[in-house]
Design a protein around this ligand. Structure first.
Ligand code: SAH
Length: 349
């Protein structure tokens, strides 16, 4: 479908002060800017028409100058286990996916940060999509709002947690992820606690240090999968550039600043990282800070090259980690029947 390029500016790219200035420059009161800002973020308005405390004239004036580039949930799929996957269409017709994961007590939103991904993890379906572009802060925010609405509608409760574990590498779109989290956590937006947000990364050392310097309040998870460079590079080729030594140094710095426990995501695969040597390397890697390892189930993405390790191997991991004082959980994936589980997001719906 051919779309006519619009010259109008996306109003959500403006700060509150810029909005206030806009009204003053147009002969109106600055507080109008506050009213519009509230509509755009707190009330997540997707059209000027709904801004009922503004006159028709003001709404027309906004319409003439700006657009609201909002997302649209194109397809919503529900899994037999309650998980919901949204295929989300962006204003330029690109599509990303986000997932609602319900448990008895929580609803977690798993959101995307990029269209496609620039990393090349060989076990992940998203890596087969080219990275088309970064998501804007409002596009990340909208995914959260959509899932919050679905949570209220289907589970009768608001969204409780957010994980940046959808498509993309959040630390390669750090500026926009940070802006989105600012809005999500601010009383001017959704007012959620940053402690309920986890940003998951394959490990971009420079940005991890930057986050530490900025004293961010959300949590960090690292997709490690191997603590041996040679193996990690073979399954996550970008490890050749961002080596384990650099990652570890950045994480040590993170811990020295935040004193917050580090969580690792880790899949154990048959004949790849299922030996005692692999788990020993992991224990060594974790030593510098209190750590938690989430052993996540592998979700096959087709060719059979990667296979989940045996229960015996998982058991060995659990025992060795626990013996060394590392917290370990074994996590089953949700939403597999609708390709909504970790590493399965690839716009197939
Ligand atoms: N790029 C970020 C965000 C993606 S999170 C990151 O790497 O952390 C997606 C999580 O699912 C990561 O921990 C990733 O390693 C994991 N994953 C990817 N493919 C998977 C698969 N097929 N099965 C299970 N987990 C997978």
């Amino acid at each position: 479908m051919l779309k006519v390029e619009t010259k109008k500016k996306d109003i959500r790219a403006l700060t509150r002060d810029q909005l206030r200035d806009f009204f003053v420059e147009n002969g109106d009161k600055s507080f109008r800017g506050n009213q519009v800002y509230e509509w755009l973020w707190q009330k997540a308005a997707h059209s000027f028409d709904v801004m009922t405390n503004l006159s028709k004239e003001t709404r027309d004036m906004l319409e003439a100058n700006f657009v609201i580039n909002h997302i649209k949930v194109d397809v919503m799929q529900r899994s037999s286990d309650g998980t919901i996957k949204n295929a989300v269409r962006l204003h330029d017709d690109l599509v990303v996916e986000s997932v609602l994961i319900p448990t008895k007590t929580r609803t977690t939103a798993c959101v995307s940060s990029q269209v496609g991904c620039s990393l090349d993890c060989r076990f992940c379906a998203t890596s087969r999509l080219k990275r088309m572009r970064n998501l804007n802060p409002d596009e990340i925010y909208d995914q959260v709002v959509a899932i919050d609405n679905e949570s209220r509608l289907y589970f009768d409760r608001p969204l409780s947690n957010i994980v940046f574990m959808g498509m993309g590498e959040p630390l390669m779109n750090y500026k926009n992820v940070l802006k989105a989290i600012d809005k999500i956590t601010s009383p001017e937006g959704l007012g959620m606690s940053p402690k309920r947000i986890i940003v998951s990364t394959s490990g971009v050392p420079k940005i991890i240090k930057k986050m530490a310097d900025e004293e961010v309040k959300f949590k960090l998870a690292v997709s490690l999968h191997s603590a041996i460079d040679e193996i990690r590079t073979s399954i996550m080729p970008f490890n050749a550039t961002f080596s384990l030594a650099d990652l570890r140094e950045a994480l040590e710095y993170w811990y020295s600043k935040t004193k917050s426990r580090i969580t690792y995501e880790y899949v154990v695969w048959k004949d790849i990282n299922d030996s005692q040597k692999d788990v020993n390397a992991l224990v060594d890697f974790c030593r510098f800070a209190p750590s938690k390892v989430n052993l996540i189930e592998y979700n096959p993405i087709d060719d059979g090259e990667f296979q989940q390790a045996s229960d015996k191997a998982i058991d060995m991991y659990v025992k060795t980690l626990e013996r060394n004082g590392i917290v370990v959980t074994v996590r089953r994936s949700r939403g597999k029947d609708i390709d909504a589980a970790c590493g399965q997001l690839a716009n197939k719906a």
